[in-house]
Design a protein around this ligand. Structure first.
Ligand SMILES: Nc1ncnc2c1ncn2[C@@H]1O[C@H](COP(=O)(O)OP(=O)(O)OP(=O)(O)O)[C@@H](O)[C@H]1O
Ligand SMILES: [Mg+2]
Length: 339
């Protein structure tokens, strides 16, 4: 029986983003960073976004959190339905209320995110004063509680520190404390552990999962590490050149990938899920966002491409080959793979 689909928290429909850059000779070049992203995130679900560098993972999450620099970025069309409400239709003031309060984000480099000029305690209390309307004393208590929640000492000394005075792992935990300070419904984690050593990576991932369960958050998770993705995800979407090419449950995507790109990324991993498997290198490279190939953008690297792949953009479909809610944008789902 198909698993019950959880209630939708975030639904991204046909999100299309370009960047316009001047090339110096008065010519404007357009980079098509997102070409109609569709993604559905259920309540309480961890949904991972996987794809090679430059495929549009960070731009997708930046749009959701509402921090896409515009210009040079431009959202041409699409919807970001959060609890059924289109975030793209909100005013900047309304957007600010959602950001931090209902949708929070953690990054690979906490040092870039934490304000170097403010003590970390001030940064945490600022969030809860702004979003939860707490007074200074209550906010200070909340900041101490949050340190404990993220596995740090309940220490005023930490709150009085500046980011540069903390170790990498502590900075990461402080950033997570800020992100969860207002009990967000959605946590976006963009490669949150890539910069950490392996032991710390594991601790931070366990912390994210524990908090997800404790706070009933949904997580949009971005990582290059397929071992981590396997361990943490309920669903996986694979992104290529600004388009989702496959989406499905973790089991379906890992064990029965439908799209040739996913197959090449996943199939040769000796023991997926046993940790430490980086994305495999596929011959060729991701196309520039300025020069996306015609038809299926993956066709120049695809071992089974046919004429139709060069001319027609494939629509996302299931073709009876995948499990429930398992789809891929490929003309040739089910075609025999070359030996
Ligand atoms: N400020 C910008 N100006 C022009 N193009 C941009 C800008 N930011 C991103 N892009 C383009 O958008 C595309 C998607 O970038 P994005 O940062 O989302 O990739 P990513 O999947 O997060 O990669 P990585 O794994 O390296 O973090 C890239 O092709 C990039 O060149
Ligand atoms: Mg990125």
């Amino acid at each position: 029986m198909a698993p019950a689909k959880s209630e939708t928290l975030l639904q991204i429909n046909d999100l299309d983003v370009t960047f316009e850059q001047s090339r110096g000779d008065l010519q404007i070049e357009t980079a098509h960073a997102l070409r109609g992203i569709d993604l559905t995130l259920g309540r309480g679900e961890v949904h991972s976004l996987v794809g090679e560098s430059g495929s549009g993972k960070t731009i997708t999450s930046t749009c959701v959190i509402g921090l896409l620099p515009m210009p040079p970025g431009k959202i041409n069309h699409g919807q970001l339905l959060f609890k059924g409400r289109d975030l793209l239709k909100l005013s900047e003031a309304e957007r600010r209320k959602v950001r931090g309060r209902e949708i929070a984000m953690i990054f690979q480099e906490p040092a870039k995110y934490l304000n170097p000029a403010l003590k970390v305690g001030e940064q945490i209390t600022e969030m809860v004063i702004l979003h939860l309307g707490m007074d200074k004393i209550k906010a200070g208590e909340r900041a101490l509680d949050l340190l404990e929640v993220v596995g740090l000492e309940r220490s005023k000394r930490i709150l009085k520190s500046y980011a540069h005075e903390l170790s990498g792992g502590m900075k990461q935990r402080v950033m997570i404390a800020m992100a969860i300070s207002c009990n967000p419904l959605l946590l976006i984690a963009d490669e949150p552990t890539t910069a950490l050593d392996v032991t710390l990576q594991l601790q931070i991932l366990k912390l994210i999962l524990k908090l997800k369960n404790q706070l009933s958050m949904s997580v949009l998770f971005i990582s290059h590490d397929l071992g981590v993705v396997y361990n943490i995800s309920d669903r996986i979407s694979v992104i290529y050149a600004g388009k989702i090419v496959e989406s499905g449950s973790r089991e379906d995507v890992f064990s029965k990938p439908l799209h040739p790109y996913t197959r090449l990324l996943f199939l040769s991993i000796p023991e997926a899920g046993k940790g430490g498997s980086r994305l495999r290198a596929i011959p060729g490279s991701v196309p520039d966002a300025e020069h996306i190939p015609s038809g299926c953008a993956f066709h120049p690297r695809c071992p089974i491409a046919e004429d139709i792949c060069r001319t027609e953009i494939p629509r996302s479909r299931n073709n009876g080959q995948g499990g429930a809610h398992h789809t891929a944008a490929c003309h040739l789902i089910g075609k025999k793979w070359p030996d």
